[in-house]
Design a protein around this ligand. Structure first.
Ligand code: FES
Ligand code: FES
Length: 156
């Protein structure tokens, strides 16, 4: 079937099986390898993308579900908050092997778009669904808090 959707601001018409998993569609058919697959069953958060502004697990979505939707992946360009998040992760060393990082950043992006000044507990809750085998959560939280602080200061 033909599925039409917007990815990172670009309209795409993709010929695919309706039950092709979105993670495979993105990574294998479209060359967008930022979203990762680890568990493949909605547990780890490595594959998180935004669909119509909401975090979704690309390993659990099927291609047909993308019809008419707007998707944002870690590869998106020109989104200031996303760029600032990526910079904050690098600056604070919040990346080890990097496997969980795209999903982590997409979760944080969705949170900060909805609430630019979340409390630490809210950040923790949001990232609870993003597993990291390398133990980066403390550094991720530090990176996010530093970014939140600098955004508050520049808003003054
Ligand atoms: S690969 Fe999708 S949640 Fe783990
Ligand atoms: S940095 Fe390795 S899994 Fe998170």
């Amino acid at each position: 079937v033909k599925v039409s959707f917007v990815v990172n601001g670009v309209s795409r018409d993709v010929e695919t099986a309706p039950d092709r998993r979105v993670i495979d569609l993105l990574r294998e058919d479209m060359g967008l390898t930022g979203a990762k697959e680890a568990c493949g069953r909605g547990d780890c958060g490595a594959c998180i993308i935004l669909v119509d502004g909401v975090t979704r697990h690309a390993c659990l979505m099927l291609a047909a579900q993308l019809q008419g939707r707007e998707i944002v992946t870690i590869e998106a360009e020109g989104l200031e908050l996303l760029t600032r998040l990526q910079d904050a992760f690098v600056q604070h060393g919040a990346i080890q092997c990097g496997f969980c990082t795209p999903g982590m950043i997409m979760s944080a992006f969705a949170l900060l778009r909805e609430n630019p000044t979340p409390e630490r507990e809210r950040i923790r809750e949001t990232l609870a669904g993003n597993f990291c085998r390398c133990g980066t959560h403390p550094k991720v939280i530090a990176a996010l808090e530093a970014l939140i602080m600098s955004m508050k200061e520049s808003a003054r």
